[in-house]
Design a protein around this ligand. Structure first.
Ligand SMILES: C[S@@+](CC[C@H](N)C(=O)[O-])C[C@H]1O[C@@H](n2cnc3c(N)ncnc32)[C@H](O)[C@@H]1O
Length: 358
């Protein structure tokens, strides 16, 4: 969506868009969806249970029902399918770590002017604590656990034997690629605290036996080993153009001939670098939370890839509604005969056009 603000009414509507998010966050802060669980509640009974005023709860619940998160029937309220599962701490599909991360951003965005003035992230002097890294890594898992299998289903990795998930965090994408490609082996590379979470998650999947772990500072260290595919997802925006160019050079050095670097990120696609809206707004998060991060245009990223020595660069388009970011995957190949061509020549896979490319 691209919100255009032309009239004063557009401007007012854009500013007052904080209202529904604030209602949602208040409900999460109250653990309301967990308290409601599978029962139907009247307001007086629920107000006693969650220890708030009846008047306040009645107005909060009416608004949640207006947004379809609660189902209202006469005097009673029940959870919707979504609030009974992903928003309910007693359900296995609860995505609490990601909910905690995005709701904590409310207070951080309230301090935006501090970062605009300084050009620095909030709390920029705090080191990367293992505890924080663990929580963030679980949040990343809860963010992508539905998206990763949909992406893996659309990227043709037949013929590839090894994949490196560079800055892979929980390894959710690596696990999805492994589940889709039984002959593939993958390595997830990240900070040690993130890899602990990746190990925990992989231990619950059969395909996890084909996942290895590589603790590495991807910003400064060479990548050991050779891979047919490097998956660089949601890392580009954390770093500066120069940092990313250096990462691309190191990635190229560790790709097999014709191997692929796949970059998934919030690319800007228009000439002036303004759209889509989500990618522009995401740059604000990078201002608040990173030293040098930003969002980048597809065109400038292609130029960095070419400078680093990559060839045959193209965008991979995923089906609408399945993407992590709109038109957000760039594929670039290292020079040489690619691994799929070799596999086709030896007859181990049949030739077909990638469904994901246009
Ligand atoms: C936003 S998360 C993305 C996780 C995953 N790739 C995804 O798409 O969901 C960025 C990841 O990059 C890792 N990362 C960032 N800088 C790093 C560095 N210098 N060395 C190793 N890992 C790094 C972080 O620890 C984090 O797990």
């Amino acid at each position: 969506m691209n919100r255009r603000i032309v009239t004063f009414d557009d401007f007012r509507d854009a500013i007052t868009a904080y209202r529904l998010p604030r209602v949602l966050i208040a409900a999460l802060e109250l653990n309301l969806f967990t308290a409601i669980g599978t029962a139907a509640w009247t307001i007086p009974a629920l107000a006693r249970d969650v220890k708030v005023s009846e008047r306040g709860l009645a107005i909060l619940c009416r608004n949640l029902a207006m947004a379809d998160l609660l189902k209202k029937k006469g005097q009673t309220y029940r959870n919707s399918r979504l609030s009974a599962t992903a928003l309910n701490a007693h359900h296995p599909a609860y995505r609490g770590d990601y909910l905690r991360l995005i709701t904590s951003h409310w207070a951080d965005w309230g301090r935006l002017l501090e970062s605009v003035k300084s050009g620095l992230p909030l709390d920029h002097d705090e080191p990367d604590e293992p505890d924080y890294r663990r929580r963030f890594t679980w949040a990343m898992h809860h963010r992508t656990l539905e998206t990763a299998p949909k992406i893996a289903a659309q990227i043709d990795l037949r013929g590839a034997r090894t994949l490196l998930d560079l800055g892979g965090g929980p390894g959710t994408y690596a696990m999805a690629f492994l589940a889709k490609n039984p002959a593939l082996r993958a390595t997830v590379c990240d900070r040690p605290a993130a890899l602990d979470v990746a190990k925990e998650i992989a231990s619950t999947h059969k395909a996890g036996a084909r996942l290895s772990y590589l603790p590495l500072d991807l910003l400064t260290e060479a990548i050991p080993g050779t891979y047919d595919v490097i998956w660089y997802s949601n890392v580009l925006h954390i770093y500066s153009p120069q940092d990313n160019q250096a990462v691309f050079r190191r990635a190229l050095a560790s790709l097999s001939p014709g191997g692929r670097l796949l970059i998934q990120d919030a690319f800007l696609h228009d000439r002036e670098g303004l759209l889509p809206e989500e990618a522009s707004l995401f740059a604000v998060s990078m201002l608040l939370f990173t030293e040098r991060g930003n969002t980048y245009t597809e065109t400038e990223t292609r130029a960095w890839l070419t400078d680093a020595g990559f060839e045959r660069i193209r965008i991979l388009r995923m089906k609408k509604g399945t993407e992590d970011w709109e038109d957000g995957i760039l594929e670039a190949r290292s020079p040489g005969t690619n691994v799929e061509t070799r596999a086709r020549r030896t007859g181990s896979i049949k030739s077909s056009r990638s469904r994901s490319s246009r």
